[in-house]
Design a protein around this ligand. Structure first.
Ligand code: NAI
Length: 326
């Protein structure tokens, strides 16, 4: 379509955004026919840095980029926005417990939810990237009661893509040959990368890789990939996170027949998973809507055990921020 879509990115001066903004502006998100206005948010003391980002976006002379606004004012940053990439959050500092992170970032997402409720398009599609992404998303959605809960999602696509890559490498296949991958649960080391349904070039993945490799190597490698990147690069996985955020939002906006893992509201899910969480499910997408893949058999002990661990963690995170969800 020819009208301009407004795309908001928070944490715009951070590492992930330094990849993300340029890919959005280049057309990697909404395609070569969609003009874009970027609305970039970061904290007051990051505004100089955002000015530099705006200068570079101008200097790319992206044909699709109509306008770049940067601000620390959420009523400007979320004004009429059609798509929101919520990347901005506080990183975990030394000695900080996950609980402290939940509390600090939880507060950020109260304000973001309220600002979205007051300013964003009622159809705005949102991805939360900032950690702890699933629970931040739950809080954000709670504070935006006038926007449909289904429009608030969190990112487990990076975990999904990591799982695709590991299977492709192991079986010497192309990544596009690997299908029906699933990541269940939380974006955290408890996530459950599940290859029970996965096929590689039409063949059953579990016939190509042995169970020992799956359980002792594949699953922990995917679960701990973030830490391994930090160890190797001394910086977090920013470019691949940005790429996954584009994949998630593009597939949601434009549709895909592939199974993709999206953290979405669990209420009404067909698998009996605790309601009222933001939980990663296998989804397909069309016409701007996602739909959980139904009819999978997850009754075996291995699946049940792994799904329980990650569900329990999400329930405990929700309990931790209960005071924010009243
Ligand atoms: P970064 O620290 O480089 O950038 C974060 C930016 O957010 C900073 O510029 C900061 O000023 C800004 N910020 C903080 N509070 C804000 C607020 N209230 N409003 C607007 N901006 C705010 O971090 P990086 O590497 O870009 O990562 C961002 C987040 O993404 C982190 O929480 C990280 O853990 C998470 N992440 C999530 C992944 C996922 O798969 N869901 C994968 C990788 C990272």
């Amino acid at each position: 379509s020819s009208d301009v879509k407004k795309v908001t990115v928070t944490g715009g001066a951070g590492q992930i955004s330094y990849s993300l903004l340029f890919r959005i502006a280049s057309g990697a998100f909404l395609g070569p026919d969609q003009r874009i206005k970027l609305q970039i948010l970061d904290l007051p003391f990051m505004q100089d840095s955002l000015k530099g980002v705006q200068m570079e976006l101008h200097d790319c002379a992206f044909p699709l980029l109509d306008e770049v606004v940067y601000t620390d004012d959420m009523s400007v940053g979320f004004k009429d926005t059609d798509y929101a990439f919520l990347v901005g959050s506080k990183p975990r500092g030394p000695g900080m417990e996950r609980g402290d992170l939940l509390k600090d970032n939880g507060k950020i997402f109260v304000g973001v939810g309220q600002a979205m409720n007051d300013n964003a398009s009622r159809d705005c599609k949102t991805i939360v990237v900032g950690n702890p992404a699933n629970t931040n998303c739950l809080i954000c959605s709670h504070y935006a009661p006038d926007i449909d809960k289904k429009n608030f999602t969190a990112m487990t696509r990076l975990d999904h893509n990591r799982a695709l890559a590991q299977i492709a490498l192991k079986t010497s296949a192309k990544v596009t040959d690997v299908q029906k991958m699933i990541v269940w649960g939380n974006h955290s080391p408890t996530m459950f990368p599940d290859i029970k349904s996965t096929t590689v070039d039409g063949k059953v993945a579990r016939d190509l890789v042995d169970r020992k490799w799956e359980e002792d190597t594949f699953i922990p490698v995917v679960q701990k990939r973030g830490a391994a990147i930090i160890e190797a690069r001394k910086l977090s996985s920013a470019a691949s996170a940005a790429s996954a955020a584009i994949d998630h939002m593009r597939d949601w906006a434009k549709g895909t027949d592939e199974w993709v893992s999206m953290s979405i509201p669990s209420t009404g899910n067909p698998y009996g998973i605790e309601e009222g969480l933001i939980f990663s499910f296998p989804c397909t997408t069309s016409n701007g809507e996602y739909k959980i893949v139904e009819g999978l058999d997850i009754s075996d002990e291995f699946s049940q055990k792994n799904i329980k661990v990650t569900t329990d963690e999400l329930v405990s995170e929700r309990n931790f921020v209960e005071h924010l969800l009243k």
